[in-house]
Write a protein that binds this ligand. Structure first.
Ligand SMILES: [Zn+2]
Length: 171
């Protein structure tokens, strides 16, 4: 094999690898989301997630679904306290950043700490939205939009079933 043929051969091999990967995704009918491709500190198998979460939580948190608007009691929750991830328990949001958005979903203008959540781009409904997930276990939480109140101008629109609220003991 001369050098030119050899390089051509290598090119062929890498093209094959790429197309077989694409085929694997197509085969299962799942184009994995950007979130699902990331690696997170808290890991469970799919079976363990199904065991740990309710059916609705699994659909929303692991399959990037959305709960019906006005369905979560946390939307109207106004007590002082902390909202934890329903998947792993990590602190995500605080009542200090919660506001009434009128959307029917619990809404916050900031996470409790910048590193509590991660984001990725999702094209589920045909245009780009910024998906929000727990930075510890990767569970999908909701989306963030740029039409929130000051000081950040952000609106974290979060599924109530993805969170557990713990009111402050003093309140
Ligand atoms: Zn989590």
């Amino acid at each position: 094999m001369n050098r030119r043929n050899f390089i051509g051969f290598l090119g062929g091999v890498s093209a094959l690898t790429v197309s077989s990967k694409a085929f694997a995704f197509d085969l299962f009918g799942l184009k994995k989301s950007e979130r699902a491709m990331k690696d997170f500190p808290f890991k469970l198998t799919d079976a363990e997630w199904r065991e740990r979460l309710t059916e609705e939580q699994y659909r929303i948190m692991r399959m990037e679904g959305t709960e019906p608007t006005c369905s979560s009691p946390l939307e109207k929750e106004s007590r002082a306290g902390i909202y934890h991830c329903a998947g792993c328990g990590q602190e995500l949001f605080s009542n200090n950043h919660k506001f009434e958005s009128g959307t029917g979903w619990p809404s916050f203008w900031d996470p409790i700490r910048p590193e509590a959540v991660g984001t990725s781009t999702d094209y589920k409904i045909g245009y780009a939205r910024t998906e929000v997930h727990c930075s510890n276990c990767g569970s999908h939480l909701g989306h963030v939009f740029e039409d929130g109140p000051p000081p950040t101008g952000l609106r974290y629109c979060i599924n109530g079933v993805a969170m557990k609220f713990f009111p402050d003991k003093t309140s």
